[in-house]
Write a protein that binds this ligand. Sequence first.
Ligand SMILES: [Zn+2]
Length: 288
Amino acid sequence: MENLMENLCEKSSKILITDNHMHLYNNLRLKALKQFKNAGGTHVFLVSLLSTHYDLTPLKGSDFREIFDYHLKLVSQANEIVRAFPVLAVHPAEITILGEKLGYEKASRIMMDALELAGKYVEEGKAVAIKSGRPHYRVAREVWNLSNRIMEHAFSVARDVGCAVQIHTESYSYRGMEEIAEIARKAGLNPEKVVKHFSPPAVKEFEKIGLFPSVIAGNDNVIIAAKEGRRFLVETDYIDDIKRPGAILGPKTVPRRVRELYEMGYEDIAYKICVENVEKVYGVEISV
Ligand SMILES: [Zn+2]
């Protein structure tokens, strides 16, 4: 009887740890998730990469099907290790990669069509979210305007299918993020459904802006964020690139940082960022 009680307690107190943004590419692949699991990780959002990572040049939106299907297969293998959720990306840098080859107007058409395709996968229950954004590097005015239109289109798709959008953007600035929140509202999407990937721990400012921050778990970011509030997610942006092993942060980072929160008495915040916030933003179940 005593044993049974102990088991029950152990079960109910199992720590749930979610990395909101990770990739599997050409280095550790599924071994990265084994490391994540061994460090205590339980849930992960796996994001598909740029077309160049798959040696593809999409000439039309539907050419992204190959990327998405490949990614979903990988995520289903990942699910044998931890609970993994697929996010389908049309990375904002595609505008440069495809635009230089095909022209920027054409590139933007392809990207918008690909985002619609990603939305269909979400509708069919194959993926939980899409990823868009705008370039993190300087581009010509024309390319910037097109990128904003593509991102707005991603927001419309997300509104229609009822999912969240992870965004990859320029570095954080209050004004820039406010502008993006405004574009989301214009598209009829609650900015709460827009997850700013690679966020600094500016939790209070994000509360005012409305976008949902996914804090990059480097340095003391997670602790700083926890001192500011509880409305955030955490990520490593582990890229799994053989040329940059460990970049951006290694797969064990989020479990380590979340365990630190428990040790420092922030268990309610740890639960919030790994379970409740994730459930609220993406509409997935973590706590079962
Ligand atoms: Zn990433």
